[in-house]
Ligand binder design. Structure first.
Ligand SMILES: Cc1ncc(COP(=O)(O)O)c(C=O)c1O
Length: 446
């Protein structure tokens, strides 16, 4: 082929044309490429906490027990290791403080996936057509929003506050869609239930039942079940053992009417293993397994066996407790640094959330500051050597996204770099505020 030959265009599908890379990819690449940059953007877990020795020990066990090793290195099944699925159900019973065996009937509706991302994606494939409507907490996990955009789905954000999604606001929006004849297009409601990505906020215990009941009620009115995605990616990462996480949404719907409980080992153990787990509503497991069968007929079996072994004798929990302690310390450092720079939250028009678990803090700046990737603040922050995720990425297409928020993640930088990262960000913010004040004065003087 000569260099002058022009290739005809690829015949991309509608979905191929609609799909853009997640906005975070470029941010992550620049973070990795520049070692002096402090990335408060990348949602990476703390590298220091990764269970290298534990995974090494487990893999070494395969050498002493070749039969076990051979079994781990063989294909598994499409739904994934039954042993790990049983262990996860038992884990959920402990977390939800219900008697052992309470969730046993749900076993047939469980599956293991390649990260919880694959589970969310399979559910979207099984349930959504272009033009369907998905309601999400506002703000929400932006990769989920990207998946929706790629499928031509309409996303609508539902108001949240420091207690997470407001079920009354959800009921109002559903009633509004019913009044305009659009309820039949609503297929999903999605919430990040614990220590949310991006806000660090958890759904209050007393909002959980109203949320499940609202979805049930409107499912009946629609004449078809609306699936309530409980994206619990950060469950298990609560900081205060005296204040355990509230029972899951699944605990309020164990018979599997509407709730799809999505979990992952990426945050509590290792994202490199990409093991996700789900319990899905009645009727959905068949289509999900069929779709997964066509994609990969089972996720990495080796990783599932490693996790089973780690869970079998509590090594998993010892590790998880160490991860929680590390994040708690990092959260404290970030909050102290923010207070040092700006005084108490809200005192100078800049406020932030106080996460009780997980790895995100959500910063709200004065509305005059555009935090977007094309805005002056973002450029200033990069010049100062710090990266953040512009909040606008985390909002559904409707209503119009606000542009004065920032997602901060304290996962990747070492403790020693966190205060410096916040100091750099504060310099950028103050610089931008001064610039706005000067141009405001100039306008007033005209
Ligand atoms: C809220 C939320 N859900 C799901 C995921 C997917 O993670 P994984 O596919 O690694 O399980 C993430 C990852 O960052 C997340 O933040």
């Amino acid at each position: 082929m000569t260099t002058s030959t022009r290739l005809a265009e690829l015949g991309l599908s509608d979905s191929g044309r609609r799909t853009t890379p997640p906005p975070i990819s470029t941010l992550m690449q620049s973070a990795l490429a520049n070692p002096n940059l402090i990335s408060l953007a990348a949602g990476f877990v703390d590298p220091e906490t990764l269970p290298t020795a534990l995974v090494g020990d487990i893999v070494a066990e395969f050498a002493h027990d070749p039969a076990l090793g051979r079994q781990a290195l063989q294909y598994g099944s499409t739904g994934g290791s039954p042993d790990l699925r049983w262990r996860m159900l038992a884990e959920m019973e402990r977390e939800d403080r219900v008697a052992e065996g309470t969730y046993a009937a749900a076993f047939e509706r469980t599956l293991l996936t390649t990260g919880s991302q694959q589970l969310l994606s399979l559910a979207a494939d099984a349930l959504l057509d272009p033009g369907d409507i998905v309601l999400v907490d506002s703000p929400t996990y932006f990769v989920f929003l990207g998946m929706m955009a790629s499928r031509g789905v309409r996303t609508i954000g539902i108001e949240t506050d420091e207690g997470g999604l407001n079920p009354e606001a959800l009921a109002e929006k559903l009633a509004e869609l019913e009044a305009t004849g659009e309820l039949a297009r609503v297929k999903m409601v999605s919430v990040v239930s614990e220590h949310s990505n991006p806000t660090g906020v958890s759904l209050l215990a007393d909002r959980r039942l109203p949320l499940v009941e609202t979805v049930r009620r409107f499912s009946e009115r629609a004449g078809r079940r609306i699936v309530l995605i409980e994206d619990a990616a950060y469950r298990g990462l609560g900081f205060d053992p005296e204040a355990p996480e509230p029972p899951s949404l699944f605990a309020l719907d164990p018979q599997g009417e509407v709730v799809l409980h999505a979990r992952t080992f990426s945050k509590t153990f290792s994202p490199g293993m990409k093991v996700g787990f789900g319990v899905v509503p009645v009727g959905l497991i068949g289509p999900l397994l069929a779709l997964k069968g066509n994609q990969d007929f089972g996720s990495a079996h080796l990783n599932q066996v490693i996790l089973s072994r780690a869970m079998a004798n509590d090594r998993y929990h010892e590790h998880r407790r160490r991860v929680v302690a590390a994040y708690r310390r990092k959260r404290d450092v970030v909050l102290e640094a923010l207070e040092e720079e700006f005084g108490p939250s809200g005192s100078v028009g800049i406020s932030w959330t106080v996460p009780q678990g997980g790895m995100y803090v959500w910063l709200t700046l004065p509305e005059t500051i555009d935090t977007g990737p094309q805005g002056d603040l973002f450029e200033r922050a990069c010049r100062e050597g710090v990266l953040y995720v512009p909040g606008e990425f985390c909002f559904a297409a409707e209503p119009t996204p606000p542009r004065h928020h920032i997602r901060l993640c304290y996962g990747l930088p070492p403790v020693s770099a966190l205060s410096e990262g916040i100091a750099r960000l504060a310099t950028a913010i103050r610089g931008r505020l001064d610039q706005i004040a000067v141009s405001g004065d100039a306008l007033a003087a005209r």
